[in-house]
Design a protein around this ligand. Structure first.
Ligand SMILES: NC(=O)c1ccc[n+]([C@@H]2O[C@H](COP(=O)([O-])OP(=O)(O)OC[C@H]3O[C@@H](n4cnc5c(N)ncnc54)[C@H](OP(=O)(O)O)[C@@H]3O)[C@@H](O)[C@H]2O)c1
Length: 265
């Protein structure tokens, strides 16, 4: 029997819910796969989901920046942009974690500039990570989810998935692609009980901008926090069965972009 997660405390792999009459009931934790879990938005989603009683399997290349010792967290180190190795690594992942009930695809990176500033190899590398790896990941998870008749798939789009802008051709191409993928899968998988969603944030204050020559303005209404995006992801996961948040667009109150001089933060 299932009880609301609110009155729960974690023990082992289960949540123990205490009813008013003193009867203890157990509710299994749901496992959510979060890519890009080592930093920024993926890390905030991981932290919130663990707090809310989920199990999280996190994927990234380097977890040294997120040493999470929660017993319900499993870190899987993987370079998602290595498409030759990816199918084998994903098969290993679902062999170890056959009951993945949701995935939040956050791994990604941004490079910006005029199209002709990118070599073909750079273009391919950006599209491999920001688009193709996510298609491959979801393709691997779909058969199990369809068999169980349920599952949540959340893509991390961007405001760049809603409108193209100067110097953003490759990034927008990937994010428009993700949004098209989300819309197509939404239609394709509805009858199987799967819920497909995309979140499109404006500028979020994360390490995403570390290697870039621009970043959001400094006041709190110039940026979104990764925790804000995490709450949107939780809203999607916890939507009433039979309903779907197709798309959530989230932006800072005021759009201010800074171009710091070298050495200046
Ligand atoms: N920040 C923003 O303003 C913003 C706005 C809209 C959308 N987004 C999107 O949100 C997502 C997360 O970005 P963020 O802001 O949280 O940036 P972030 O802090 O730089 O996080 C990026 C995450 O992706 C992982 N990652 C990068 N390359 C990877 C690879 N080859 N294989 C596996 N994992 C890889 C990183 O982990 P490792 O380095 O350890 O591999 C890290 O965990 C991205 O898809 C981004 O496009 C960001």
């Amino acid at each position: 029997m299932l009880y609301p997660r609110t009155a729960a405390t974690g023990t082992g792999n289960n949540i123990v819910s205490l009813r008013a009459g003193g009867l203890i009931m157990e509710q299994p934790r749901k496992t959510i796969l979060v890519t890009g879990a080592s930093s920024g938005i993926g890390r905030a989603i991981t932290t919130l989901l663990l707090e809310q009683g989920y199990r999280v399997t996190g994927v990234a290349r380097d977890f040294s920046k997120f040493p999470c010792h929660d017993q319900h967290f499993t870190a899987v180190s993987m370079d998602l942009s290595d498409l030759d190795k990816l199918p084998g690594q994903l098969e290993d992942l679902i062999r170890n974690e056959p009951l993945i009930e949701g995935v939040v695809c956050c791994a990604g990176s941004g490079r910006f500039g005029s199209l002709e500033e990118f070599s073909c190899a750079q273009i391919r590398s950006l599209l491999d990570l920001n688009l193709t790896s996510q298609i491959c990941l979801v393709r691997t998870l779909l058969p199990g989810m369809k068999q169980r008749g349920s599952g949540n798939i959340i893509f991390m789009g961007s405001e760049a998935a809603l409108a193209g802008g100067k110097r953003g051709a490759i990034y927008s191409a990937a994010k428009f692609g993700l949004r098209g993928l989300a819309q197509a899968l939404r239609q394709e998988c509805a009858a199987s009980g799967l819920r497909i969603s995309i979140i499109n944030p404006g500028m979020v204050k994360t390490g995403f901008f570390d290697e870039l020559d621009f970043r959001p303005g400094e006041t709190t209404d110039n940026y979104i926090l990764p925790e804000d995006v995490a709450r949107a992801a939780l809203l999607i996961l916890e939507a009433r069965e039979g309903t779907v948040f197709d798309e959530i667009n989230l932006s800072p109150q005021k759009k201010v972009i800074r171009f710091p001089k070298p050495g200046e933060d």
